[in-house]
Ligand binder design. Structure first.
Ligand code: NOJ
Length: 762
């Protein structure tokens, strides 16, 4: 009897529990419907004039603390990309329970729809943002960014980013982790391939062009993606060129040489920024309040959000800056890092930190608001599936006009380093080419590092490019790409003897530059240098194609080759572009965006070094230099030849004296003195002769890329404003000081610069 009573009670209470659960679910469902209605009405009223910020606020007001923290959490789907893709229930569960605001390393209309559907099951139905490293193309691969920078063609650079964005958006991606705005002065650091080289002025223009290319004018358009300027800040100065290493520099150096490209990216409207792995001023960048709150969100009024780098929140523990994961979360969120990439410190600790009163919920609200604004701007609240369009995914990637843009971009990126005995371009007498070296046949290496969804199949090799022009090609391997041992040198030499001209490709491998690819040796392997020497001994003209993702050292080849083309990694259209240049259908116009050292021990070596108390004087012992290696680089920044020649004359500064604030007009006449049309990059450098801080020997402060027919002249005008004439002083304030300035103007042939002077007065 007693047992029956207990059973009855259990049943009643048990059922009551179930009933309670059902009621709670109903209430939840009603609330979800109400929330959705509110969001939709927010969106609808947004259409009637509400800003993305107002819409974000209305969504934020409905969110629980846990849901807010979920928005600040990003996780990777990478494990499902490396093999056949499988539906992952854990990621799916996290998304459907609102624990994630973003995922990365997922693409494809179908896959991204699957994950978006999961997010749509969450109570708030906030769409996720999908990010990927689309660095130099999505499926059509463009030249690596360092190569593109050699074009000194900002429109081509913008267009390349726009093509990458269109393909990425067609494949379900909303957000690219580019551009990399890190100034790179150290070729040992493998990531120089991702940036615009060593110059802050040019780097700033390139960063802005890339941001504009990715984002276009309208983030919600189906052919644009959100950009992410990275790695904030100073990552390019990792000590000893070792990736992930620390950075130590004066703030004056940082402001004048490293900050400008990031600032330009912010001013160009980059929607997001990414933290750097390194520390700066003894504080890891991810927890660096000075960088994130003072400079970025304060001085620059940046309205987007900041994402950490991969696990960089948790890595503050290894930096011995954070005690544990909870402490790392506190430090990062307080500093202004809004989204945690992969480390899960936010999702595991922030709720507790807020409840304990250690972290103010206002910081969380600010971060989430920033993230939601971008989701609204991308149009994801209007239609979470707007980027999951299989039709577009089929038609956009590798479209003919995108491939054509890649080919044009690739031709413009090639730098002619040497051209003697009229080796290039091929004359009509050249009917057969001895094509030596495995890189001439390699498809995968042409893609370089960070090639997103680029695949070797569509890549045009040098061999294919030359054959497509009807040239007879006799191929010989010459050396092994993996072991760098010689391979049948006799056959390579025989090929050279049989043909009219030799084209030999040397260099590193496509994957040798990039993240975690720091190298202590940049000389080309002996086998490659000896091969070129053997080919030269045949008496045939030798054209060397140097391929790599960074400045390399090849002193022997500089001597033995008749012509040298720096070909970097040029992407899907590499072979066509190289053939265009060899055959003279395109006259090379690229200039080096980074100094090429003559010896590894010169690194870091860069053109805008500062004057010392004992400037280098050749042969004079007590001046800055080396006793055993040269002081001068192999090729300086801005260097690059053409198949034609240019003469500079009549450099004039409008007045001798200017008041601070007045524009300084500089004119120069450039004449094409050769017998074919060509493009020249007219470069203006400035030297501040005396200042309150030590200043560089010269700094690029203007350039124009002009096309001149044979015999044609053009007057080029530059206007220097306080933006070009000033610098950050020791108080980190932008200032233009009175005094003398020297202006130097010239082109790719650095020996021929004209000089003039002027004075600034108060
Ligand atoms: C680490 C790299 O430093 C960063 O540049 C990249 O965007 C992330 N991984 C995501 O892949």
């Amino acid at each position: 009897m007693r047992k029956l009573l207990i059973l009855g009670l259990l049943l009643i209470f048990g059922q009551a529990g179930v009933v309670q659960k059902i009621e709670a679910q109903k209430r939840g469902a009603r609330r979800t419907v109400a929330v959705q209605k509110e969001i939709q009405s927010g969106v609808a009223s947004g259409k009637a004039g509400k800003t993305a910020a107002q819409k974000a606020d209305s969504v934020l007001a409905l969110m629980t603390l846990r849901e807010k923290i979920g928005q600040m959490n990003q996780f990777s789907g990478i494990e499902y990309n490396t093999g056949p893709w499988q539906k992952d229930t854990s990621l799916f569960r996290q998304l459907s329970s609102g624990e994630l605001g973003s995922i990365l390393n997922v693409s494809g209309a179908e896959k991204t729809r699957y994950y978006q559907e999961a997010a749509m099951r969450s109570r708030m139905r906030i769409p996720i943002m999908i990010g990927l490293d689309v660095i130099h193309g999505m499926k059509t691969i463009f030249p690596i960014p360092l190569a593109e920078a050699a074009s000194f063609d900002l429109e081509a650079i913008r267009r390349s980013a726009a093509c990458a964005a269109e393909e990425a958006a067609a494949c379900g991606v909303h957000w690219t982790f580019a551009p990399m705005a890190d100034v790179g002065r150290d070729a040992r650091w493998g990531r120089v391939m991702e940036g615009a080289g060593e110059d802050p002025y040019y780097g700033a223009l390139v960063a802005a062009a890339r941001v504009k290319g990715f984002q276009g004018d309208d983030l919600s358009a189906p052919n644009t993606v959100l950009a992410c300027a990275k790695h904030f800040a100073g990552y390019g100065a990792s000590q000893a060129g070792r990736d992930y290493n620390n950075v130590d520099m004066s703030m004056c150096e940082f402001y004048n040489f490293y900050l400008p490209p990031y600032k330009a990216a912010a001013e160009a409207g980059a929607g997001t920024f990414m933290n750097a792995f390194n520390d700066l001023n003894c504080v890891p960048c991810t927890g660096n309040e000075f960088l994130l709150r003072k400079i970025l969100k304060g001085d620059w009024n940046f309205g987007g959000f900041v994402v950490s780098d991969w696990c960089s929140v948790a890595e503050m523990i290894q930096h011995r800056y954070a005690k544990d994961a909870k402490d790392a979360a506190r430090l990062a969120v307080t500093a202004g890092c809004d989204m945690d990439m992969v480390s899960r410190c936010y999702v595991s600790s922030l709720e507790e930190l807020v409840k304990e009163g250690v972290v103010d919920e206002k910081l969380i609200d600010d971060a989430v608001r920033r993230i939601l604004i971008k989701k609204f701007e991308l149009g994801l609240f209007d239609d979470p599936y707007r980027y999951c369009n299989q039709e577009r995914e089929k038609n956009v990637p590798l479209r003919a006009d995108i491939r054509q843009a890649a080919r044009e971009g690739a031709r413009k990126s090639i730098v002619l380093l040497k051209n003697e005995h009229e080796a290039l371009p091929f004359t009509s007498k050249v009917k057969s080419v001895a094509l030596i070296g495995p890189l001439n046949r390699s498809k995968s290496d042409m893609l370089g590092s960070w090639c997103a969804e680029g695949r070797p199949d569509p890549v045009v090799t040098v061999e294919e490019g030359l054959k497509a022009r009807g040239l007879k090609v006799r191929y010989s391997e010459g050396y092994d790409l993996k072991t760098n041992e010689p391979v049948n040198t006799a056959d390579a030499v025989a090929a050279a003897r049989e043909c009219d001209i030799v084209v030999v490709a040397v260099g590193e491998r496509g994957g040798d530059s990039g993240e975690a690819r720091s190298r202590g040796r940049l000389d080309l392997p002996d086998a490659q240098q000896e091969l070129v020497r053997a080919l030269k001994a045949t008496g045939k003209p030798v054209v060397t194609l140097v391929m790599g993702g960074r400045p390399l050292i090849f002193n022997d080849i500089r001597e033995t080759s008749d012509a040298i083309l720096m070909c970097w990694w040029l992407g899907t259209e590499a072979g066509n572009a190289i053939a265009d240049v060899l055959a003279g259908d395109y006259n090379p116009s690229g200039k080096l965006p980074m100094t090429f050292p003559a010896h590894i021990a010169q690194i870091p070596i860069y053109y805008n070094y500062k004057s010392t108390g004992r400037p280098y004087i050749p042969g004079s012992p007590y001046t800055t230099g080396y006793t055993d290696i040269p002081f001068e680089p192999a090729y300086p920044f801005g260097y690059g030849l053409s198949y034609t020649t240019f003469a500079y004359s009549d450099l004039q500064v409008e007045e001798d004296m200017f008041r601070i604030g007045e524009p300084v007009k500089v004119t120069v006449t450039v004449t094409n003195t050769g017998d074919r049309a060509g493009e020249e990059v007219v470069q203006l450098y400035l030297r501040d002769e005396f200042a309150s801080i030590t200043r560089p020997v010269r700094e690029l402060k203007g350039f124009r890329k002009i096309m001149l027919e044979s015999g044609e002249s053009q007057q080029v005008t530059f206007t220097l404003t306080p933006a070009e004439l000033g610098f950050y002083n020791t108080a980190l304030k932008w200032t233009v000081e009175p005094g003398d300035f020297t202006v130097m103007v010239g082109g790719g042939d650095s020996e021929k610069r004209l000089q003039a002077g002027f004075r600034m007065t108060d």
